[in-house]
Write a protein that binds this ligand. Structure first.
Ligand SMILES: NC(=O)c1ccc[n+]([C@@H]2O[C@H](COP(=O)([O-])OP(=O)(O)OC[C@H]3O[C@@H](n4cnc5c(N)ncnc54)[C@H](O)[C@@H]3O)[C@@H](O)[C@H]2O)c1
Length: 247
């Protein structure tokens, strides 16, 4: 088991990529704090995964609120004794021509996708320093590497996450804290359910591998980066995108 004895916090852990990563982490032996806004999905997941023994805990967290983020990290320590892994995964999208985009919408996306990553990393790092080290994985995106029309705050936030990852990696390597990003291509999650069939087929055509990704394929990459298998990997960005950005 790749994460035996480890304690992880997963933001946005109730749905999509986050949910599958929680499952994979538990499978690999970790105890996991699931942090999300969606209490229904979060509690269902806890009920399912705790049937035999307590392996996960749920906390309602808005990652844009520093006091809530601080409580989230404290819960990992009080419930499971420490924090070894933070997976910064909570994120939202936005679709609008830039010139029509209300400033509030711009701020909202930046706030969840970028401020949320910073705040959770800030508080996790303090706890990891006391614990002798740790591993942080941030969800960026292919759209942190290439542009796409009508997604200005999303692409800006994800590009920023890629470079924030590098800075945190450089800054905290001395404390044995590794920081990496994973950049998924289009993945079949509730975030994409809003799209019609024609749009989905268009997206498929953009991936040389000829299909969209599955959330479990991102979960496995995250577990690799979080685990000791990646002990010499820090400041990196792992593209898991079916070749989207290779062309
Ligand atoms: N699905 C894709 O194609 C794709 C591609 C590249 C990157 N990503 C990124 O992967 C991450 C997960 O996306 P997903 O597709 O699984 O989406 P999703 O909507 O299924 O899951 C996102 C989760 O984040 C939670 N969340 C949203 N705002 C929050 C907040 N302020 N505080 C706490 N939790 C919050 C939601 O409740 C939800 O459970 C996001 O960062 C997204 O940008 C997704």
């Amino acid at each position: 088991m790749k994460l035996a004895g480890k304690v992880a916090v997963v933001t946005g852990g109730a749905s999509g990529i986050g949910e599958f990563t929680v499952r994979e982490m538990v499978e690999e032996g970790a105890k996991v704090v699931i942090a999300d806004l969606n209490d229904d999905l979060g509690s269902k997941l806890v009920e399912e995964l705790n049937q035999e023994e307590p392996q996960v805990a749920y906390i309602h967290v808005d990652v844009t609120k520093e006091d809530q983020v601080e409580n989230m990290i404290e819960l990992a320590v009080s419930e499971f004794g420490k924090i070894d892994i933070l997976y910064n995964n909570a994120g939202i999208g936005s679709l609008s021509p830039s010139a029509e985009l209300p400033f509030e919408e711009w701020r909202k996306v930046l706030s969840v996708n970028l401020d949320g990553v910073f705040l959770a990393a800030k508080h996790a790092i303090k706890a990891m320093q006391k614990n002798g080290g740790g591993s942080i994985v941030n969800t960026a995106s292919i759209l942190g590497h290439v542009g796409q029309a009508q997604t200005a705050p999303y692409t800006a936030s994800k590009g920023a996450v890629v470079n924030l990852t590098r800075t945190l990696a450089v800054e905290y390597a001395k404390d044995n804290i590794r920081v990496n990003a994973v950049s998924p291509g289009y993945i079949e999650t509730p975030l994409l359910n809003q799209l019609d069939e024609a749009m989905k087929n268009h997206l498929i055509s953009l991936h040389p591998i000829g299909r969209l990704g599955k959330p479990e394929e991102i979960a496995k990459a995250v577990v690799f980066l979080a685990s000791d298998d990646a002990s010499f990997v820090t400041g990196s960005n792992l593209l898991v995108d079916g070749g989207y950005t290779a062309q």
